[in-house]
Design a protein around this ligand. Structure first.
Ligand SMILES: Cc1cc2nc3c(=O)[nH]c(=O)nc-3n(C[C@H](O)[C@H](O)[C@H](O)COP(=O)(O)OP(=O)(O)OC[C@H]3O[C@@H](n4cnc5c(N)ncnc54)[C@H](O)[C@@H]3O)c2cc1C
Length: 324
């Protein structure tokens, strides 16, 4: 996993204080599944299986302890192939800070079932924790740790910024919570969510985001479909879609008001940073607010690779990365 490791403090953003590790792996709290449903646009026809799962944690140490953008851990019962307890797997909280109920008693997450064919004998390996969560029925228990994370958060003073959230797959989970929190707060700021998926049927919470965009003038919802042509638009990744909406985003980048959040498949951040670099190439001062890199590296951006991020290509504190 890569999280934000900012290059310097010049563009530091005040973040709220958070609680962490209230429930530790040796003493997880017990939550109860209260809702579990597919959240792909295509439902059962979608290529991937992704479920929206809500968990009641009322009466536990973790009730009211989390903020949007944090994650929590799942302790799966049983032992791994070495006879050791399964390692904790992390899942993003998909709820606003107040949870689904407004009081921090019900948290949601967005879980993709992991399946993987083993090369040697073609047998199917099922991911341990993702399938454990998705197999639970209403009323079943889950062992939960956390909360985790202190950087991938909304700022302490949200009304001072505009927001660009860029997600692939279940990377949209924290943004479901953050977007709702910002829109519910009534701030008069631009909020853009750019969601990428291979097929339109794999889009997550699509109908909810379309509805939010209809209800909130300053919320823009954009999709990038990479393996299918939709409405005559060519196939594109999130960086292509970002380039498509560059004119809408650029004023906020130039003023430095924009906070950029990227969450999802490891590697997606490269194209996003490259596109921002291209958008701000003619304004080095504005670019320095988002990416710290020298002129030679900037000119050679077509050959950037992931290993350069946080080294030669350093996102500033206005860029929040969580890729896994
Ligand atoms: C901060 C953070 C937030 C996250 N948020 C989310 C989220 O909101 N939603 C979400 O779905 N995921 C999220 N993840 C990913 C999640 O933590 C898990 O990594 C993911 O669900 C897979 O876990 P699993 O136990 O199902 O699979 P695992 O059992 O861990 O297996 C994962 C893969 O490892 C390989 N593998 C493991 N064991 C073997 C073996 N014995 N033989 C061969 N191959 C093997 C396989 O390729 C398999 O596909 C997040 C991760 C991080 C770090």
């Amino acid at each position: 996993m890569t999280t934000n490791t900012p290059s310097n403090d010049a563009f530091a953003i005040d973040l709220p204080a958070v609680q962490m590790h209230v429930a530790k792996p040796d003493q997880p709290i017990i939550g109860k599944v209260v809702r579990s449903e597919l959240c792909t646009l295509g439902g059962k026809k979608s290529a991937g299986i992704v479920r929206h799962v809500e968990i009641d944690i009322s009466g536990t140490l973790m009730a009211g302890s989390f903020r949007a953008g944090q994650s929590f851990g799942i302790v799966t019962p049983g032992l791994d192939k070495n006879g050791k307890p399964h390692k904790v797997r992390l899942y993003s909280i998909a709820s606003p800070t107040g949870g689904e109920d407004g009081s921090g008693n019900i948290l949601a997450t967005t879980v993709k079932r992991v399946h993987h064919e083993l090369d040697e004998d073609h047998t199917l390996y099922d991911g341990v924790a993702s399938n454990h969560i998705c197999d639970r029925q209403i009323g079943d228990e889950l062992r939960i740790t956390g909360p985790n994370g202190k950087r991938f958060l909304l700022p302490a003073r949200p009304a001072q910024h505009d927001y660009l959230f860029i997600a692939t797959g279940t990377g949209v989970a924290p943004f479901r919570g953050m977007v709702r929190e910002l829109l519910d707060s009534g701030i008069d700021r631009n909020v853009t969510l750019l969601m990428g998926s291979p097929y339109e049927s794999d889009l997550l919470y699509h109908e909810d985001f379309v509805k939010l965009a209809q209800e909130h003038e300053r919320f823009t919802y954009v999709t990038a479909i990479s393996r299918q042509t939709v409405d005559g638009r060519p196939k594109e990744y999130v960086d292509g879609a970002l380039n498509r909406i560059a004119d809408n985003i650029k004023p906020s980048l130039l003023s430095g008001d924009l906070l950029v959040y990227v969450c999802g498949i490891a590697g997606m951040e490269l194209g996003v940073l490259r596109t921002i670099a291209t958008m701000l190439e003619s304004d080095p001062e504005a670019l320095a607010g988002y990416i710290d890199c020298d002129a030679e590296t900037l000119a050679d951006r077509d050959s950037w690779d992931r290993r350069m991020i946080h080294r030669a290509v350093k996102p500033t504190r206005r860029v929040f990365l969580e890729v896994y």
